[in-house]
Design a protein. Structure first.
Ligand code: ATP
Length: 293
């Protein structure tokens, strides 16, 4: 086997609750995460060293890149003496709160595991993943899940019917740095605390009206992102059942119950913002898309 192509999806937070501050300075979170049909596509070839390629000039092509970190950790953990030529096709907006960097790391872990025949289990990949970033285990698993701790405790939930609930995601001009958003949360405190246990129950019962009414994000009130309320207002004016910022921002999404309304909201948002798409929920995570022998 000489090459693998891996796809890794973006996530949205249907709920994000900051529940505490751990002694090491990490925030303890309780979240409902949802994978959506927007994918990073990562091509990995065997090589002597770790080399990164990406057409997006904002993405760092060095050891700070999550894909690089994942490859270095994989080789250190397995003891395999190898390298990888990694090409990232970036489709998830950067600094959006959609786990784009985490998706790249997840893709590299899954790809190298197959390319080098390491046979690590999904839970072993998750243990490696959480050392790179809190969202990496969820990027690996995907679907719908309640995610706790610093991202390592994943409880899978049923995915709402993708065709019944179209999603519109829009991204303002400026992204948000996740550490800065948390620092601001620590300064300001307070904010909303969505009930993730109640949302998990509503998802199990397939009660989407209840899911929408329980949506909330502790980080939204920090105001770290620009245009959050403007985008929410456009989404609601086109009939979104709920609209909210995802993760630490800056992307905002709305849940619709009709394709036409979703399309109209997207058309409107695309006139004002650099990224606006209609997408849908998916019930999977990072996957091998193709293998070349
Ligand atoms: P998350 O929801 O995981 O916090 P995010 O949308 O907030 O994701 P990313 O897009 O993952 O943020 O990346 C944030 C920063 O990390 C970027 O500004 C960039 O400098 C750096 N970075 C490191 N690796 C990557 C990568 N593979 N893709 C994009 N950015 C990366």
């Amino acid at each position: 086997m000489t090459q693998v192509i891996v796809t890794a999806p973006a996530k949205l937070n249907l709920a994000l609750d900051v529940v505490g501050l751990l002694p090491n300075g990490y925030h303890e979170l309780d979240m409902i995460m949802q994978a959506v049909a927007l994918y990073e596509r990562v091509t990995i070839k065997r090589a002597d060293q770790i080399q990164l390629f990406c057409q997006n000039p904002i993405v760092p092509l060095n050891e700070k890149n999550t894909a690089y970190k994942a490859a270095a950790l994989f080789f250190a953990h397995t003891g395999i003496k190898g390298g990888a030529h990694i090409t990232i096709e970036k489709n998830i907006p950067i600094q959006a709160g959609m786990a784009g960097g985490s998706a790249d790391a997840a893709a590299v872990l899954v790809g190298l595991n197959v390319l080098y025949g390491a046979a690590l289990s999904l839970s072993q990949l998750c243990e490696l993943g959480v050392q790179i970033g809190a969202d990496v285990p969820f990027s690996l698993v995907g679907g719908t899940a309640r995610v706790r701790g610093i991202g390592e405790k994943i409880e899978p939930l049923p995915t709402p019917n993708p065709s019944a609930w179209p999603i519109v995601v829009a991204m303002p001009g400026r992204g948000v740095s996740t550490p800065q958003a948390f620092a601001r949360y620590d300064e300001l405190g307070g904010g909303v605390h969505p009930d993730c246990a109640a949302m998990a129950y509503a998802l199990r019962r397939g009660n989407m009206a209840q899911v929408c009414s329980l949506m909330g994000n502790s980080l939204q009130a920090t105001g770290s992102a620009e245009n959050t309320e403007d985008i929410c207002a456009v989404l609601r004016s086109h009939g979104a059942l709920a609209a909210m910022m995802t993760g630490s921002g800056a992307a905002v999404f709305g849940i619709f119950d009709g394709e036409q309304e979703a399309q109209q909201a997207q058309n409107q948002l695309a006139k004002e913002y650099r990224f606006a798409v209609v997408t849908h929920f998916i019930n999977c995570g990072t996957k091998i898309a193709a293998i070349k022998e």
